[in-house]
Design a protein around this ligand. Structure first.
Ligand SMILES: Nc1nc2c(ncn2[C@@H]2O[C@H](COP(=O)(O)OP(=O)(O)O)[C@@H](O)[C@H]2O)c(=O)[nH]1
Ligand SMILES: [Mg+2]
Length: 455
């Protein structure tokens, strides 16, 4: 486990660099005492003497020297994020002054917090479960409103509740089996076996439902990976810039300008879409461009969606059709670009396409709508009230499901209650990992190390 829980920890909670304010956080048993020793207010009142959840004007002072003019907020245990006594100091947002305030706190007895240690304390003290703690990271990393709503739902405990009810079902069955194991002479009544099977089946269903939200979870957290393909000069980079609303990649009339893949996330109606601009796919002798083409192909293979850009102002070339043939079985949208110019391309009748102009922006709304439709149709039907699990949750849920299946097999095969109990305990361990009921230090470290310093 990172750090010792006994220490009082401190960190700068705002991003590095110059800003209007810098906020420092201090949490632990000694927080108020440390604040007393570094803070001087005109009223002469010490942080340890003031009521909880109040703000005070004063100075951070070290060895008689003023370090910064600040506002200091006192939060007394247990109504705080970490549940410990907490002090927040808002000072001037210069990197040097914030660091000097931090050093003053460290000199007064605080320890520098590890990344995520405040949230980890909230978890260890039962203020949040693990899924909720993870939602804090999702919230900070959210790039669109939908991703944010999903994180808020998870923080509010929506996933935790669903997982908890699965756990309850399985625990109930385990209690039942263990009661029987205590009295081995009594046969298990047929109706109670049916009830156990029923409960596990219900839990299975809930698990499968949760697992079905994995694609949404992936999109909301990582963005829909969308590769923009097409031959050189078709207008891929122009389209990317248009969708991003910024000039992210170089547009030029010289074919072969984009040589590397360029990635950026666009917010298309709340859906985070990771656009990958690629080098045009064409045969080339230039080794740098050839590497670009290789990367384009890799991006195409890994993409969730392919946007195939075709220059509509010119006759189709064999390579346009070749790419279409290659990718038409994959999720794709064909975009007939440069529709501000006379259309000269004759497209096959079975090729559905959207007319766009990366230059004038024509067709962009239709394109965005088609992407949104693609994301939330079929398997993915995310609404703000549903959960969207992460890859870690999916892994734990899958193992839970396997354990539940083996328990069912054992029960129904009459193989023995000992083995059924064993399988069930395995399933319970796996489902407990999601909320942090069952965890290892490695798991916790790997989760909390994804946090920023001061969170
Ligand atoms: N008329 C017109 N020109 C475009 C359009 N999109 C791109 N172009 C031009 O086509 C050329 C190649 O564009 P670029 O985005 O670099 O193509 P890429 O090689 O596929 O990335 C540039 O000169 C662009 O200004 C469009 O919709 N209409
Ligand atoms: Mg380009």
């Amino acid at each position: 486990m990172i750090g010792s829980q006994i220490d009082t920890i401190a960190a700068i909670a705002t991003p590095p660099g110059e800003g209007a304010l810098a906020v420092l956080r201090l949490s632990g048993k000694q927080a108020l005492c440390i604040a007393d020793s570094v803070f001087q207010s005109p009223s002469g009142r010490k942080p340890s003497e003031v009521p909880s959840h109040t703000v005070h004007y004063g100075h951070v002072v070290r060895e008689g020297k003023i370090i910064d003019e600040v506002l200091l907020t006192v939060f007394r245990s247990p109504r705080t994020f970490t549940t410990e006594d907490t002090v927040e100091i808002s000072g001037h947002g210069g990197p040097l002054v914030a660091r000097l305030v931090l050093e003053t706190l460290l000199a007064a007895g605080a320890r520098l917090a590890e990344p995520g240690e405040f949230t980890q304390r909230a978890f260890l003290h039962g203020r949040l479960d693990l899924a909720q703690a993870e939602a804090v990271v999702d919230l900070i990393h959210a790039r669109t409103e939908l991703a944010l709503e999903s994180a808020h739902g998870q923080l509010a405990g929506r996933l935790s509740e669903a997982v908890q009810s699965v756990r309850d079902q399985l625990l109930h069955v385990l209690a039942h089996i263990e009661a029987h194991l205590d009295f081995p002479d009594e046969d298990i009544a047929p109706h109670s076996e049916a009830e156990m099977v029923g409960r596990i089946s219900e839990a299975r269903q809930a698990l499968e439902e949760l697992l079905r939200t994995a694609p949404e979870g992936q999109v909301l957290r990582q963005g829909l990976r969308t590769a923009i393909l097409g031959r050189p000069n078709a207008g891929k980079s122009s389209l990317m810039n248009r969708l991003l609303g910024q000039d992210r990649t170089i547009v030029s009339p010289i074919p072969g300008t984009t040589r590397d893949t360029v990635e950026e996330t666009a917010n298309l109606g709340g859906v985070p879409v990771t656009l990958i601009d690629t080098a045009g796919l064409r045969a080339t002798d230039d080794p740098v461009e050839a590497e670009g083409v290789r990367r384009s192909e890799a991006a195409a293979r890994e993409a969730d969606l392919i946007l195939l850009v075709i220059d509509g102002s010119r006759a189709l070339e064999p390579s346009d059709l070749e790419q279409w043939e290659r990718h038409r079985q994959r999720p794709n949208l064909v975009l007939l670009n440069k529709c501000d110019l006379p259309v000269l391309a004759e497209v096959p009748t079975d090729m559905k396409f959207i007319r766009i102009s990366g230059m004038t922006g024509e067709g962009m709304e239709t394109l965005k709508e088609s992407i949104r439709e693609f994301v939330w149709s079929g398997e993915r039907r995310w609404t703000p009230s549903s959960v969207a699990i992460s890859a870690r949750h999916a892994d734990a849920l899958r193992r839970t499901l396997e354990g539940a299946d083996r328990t069912l097999d054992t029960l129904q095969g009459g193989i023995g209650l000992e083995l059924a109990a064993f399988e069930l305990r395995g399933a319970l361990g796996a489902v407990g990992e999601i909320v942090g009921e069952t965890t290892t230090d490695d798991l916790l470290d790997s989760i909390f190390s994804q946090f920023c310093l001061g969170k």
